[in-house]
Design a protein around this ligand. Structure first.
Ligand code: TA6
Length: 293
């Protein structure tokens, strides 16, 4: 153990300097699959599946990488509030907090995995008066990236929260992509004040700005683009969010690189429509699993 309590024998728990000098952890599975995770936000910023494959996550070249600011791209961890649905800072404080690495797989086994933890602090309690422990576990192996967010209520009173894994998938050109698996699902269109519709198309084409919360999504999703597909499965997260800012709103985001909207599509595993309620001592977990095809 070093002075911060990090086991010295597990190299994956030794942070190295990333963008903006921010500490990040590098994961490499024995089969060559790699991922990287910043302690800031427990934020996954890179995933390259094993084999002849390429980066599957989008991170903006102009993103901030500094304390207090969220990273634009990768997998922001949204907790304990999704979006502006509440009085907390937009998308909660987990994405702008520094997490602590607590466990990792060593050299044995066929995966590379790390768990980072965030617990309540004076700063979090000033915003949200609850005692909690949140664990984000990132695992790579072969064609898959598995992300688990687990939240425990460590206090004495019930607590309620919304959450999401706000995954930015990298695409060649978003206008050439299709999302499969949402046919028949009800969605709230955030570009229309949350009006509800039912999706009739078997495949959703992304033609411009889109910001939808799909409710109770039970099927596996797929992001299909010329030459490659990414499978997206989730459990514990009942909802799925599909977001792209489009050209105009994208240009107005100061931390999105020029033209960046065309190179990304967010497909998020989310628990938004019905907040998660945990009594004292209870634990919830949600998983998003991405697979390269
Ligand atoms: O998940 C979709 C969304 O809530 C959109 O409404 C959009 O604004 C996006 O997240 C990004 O939010 P951010 O606070 O990171 O700019």
């Amino acid at each position: 153990m070093d002075t911060r309590g990090i086991p010295a024998t597990v190299p994956q728990l030794r942070p190295i300097a990333g963008r903006g000098g921010q500490p990040k952890l590098a994961l490499r599975a024995p089969d060559g699959a790699i991922a990287e995770v910043y302690l800031h936000g427990a934020h996954v910023t890179s995933w390259v599946p094993a084999g002849p494959d390429a980066e599957r996550l989008f991170v903006s070249a102009t993103s901030a990488f500094r304390s207090g600011a969220p990273i634009r791209g990768g997998v922001p961890v949204i907790f304990p509030q999704f979006g502006a649905f509440g009085s907390l800072p937009r998308h909660g404080f987990a994405r702008t907090s520094d997490w602590q690495p607590i466990a990792a797989t060593g050299s044995a086994g066929d995966t590379a995995s790390v768990t980072l933890r965030l617990i309540d602090s004076a700063a979090s309690r000033a915003l949200w008066p609850h005692a909690f422990s949140a664990d984000m576990t990132v695992t790579v192996r072969g064609a898959a990236l598995t992300l688990q967010l687990a939240v425990s209520n460590t206090g004495r009173a019930p607590m309620e929260f919304t959450a999401a894994l706000h995954t930015y998938l990298r695409v060649g050109d978003v206008r050439q992509t299709l999302v499969r698996g949402l046919e028949g699902c009800t969605f709230r269109d955030s570009t229309q004040g949350g009006a509800e519709y039912i999706q009739t198309e078997p495949e959703l084409a992304i033609t411009g700005e889109i910001d939808r919360i799909y409710l109770q999504v039970s099927r596996k999703l797929a992001l299909i683009e010329p030459g490659r597909t990414t499978g997206i499965e989730s459990s514990g997260f009942p909802d799925a969010v599909v977001w792209n800012p489009g050209a105009e709103r994208g240009a107005a985001l100061p931390d999105l690189e020029p033209g960046g909207h065309a190179r990304m599509l967010c497909i998020e595993a989310a628990a938004v429509a019905a907040p998660i309620l945990l009594d004292a001592g209870q634990r919830w977990s949600g998983v998003q699993r991405l697979s390269a095809r």
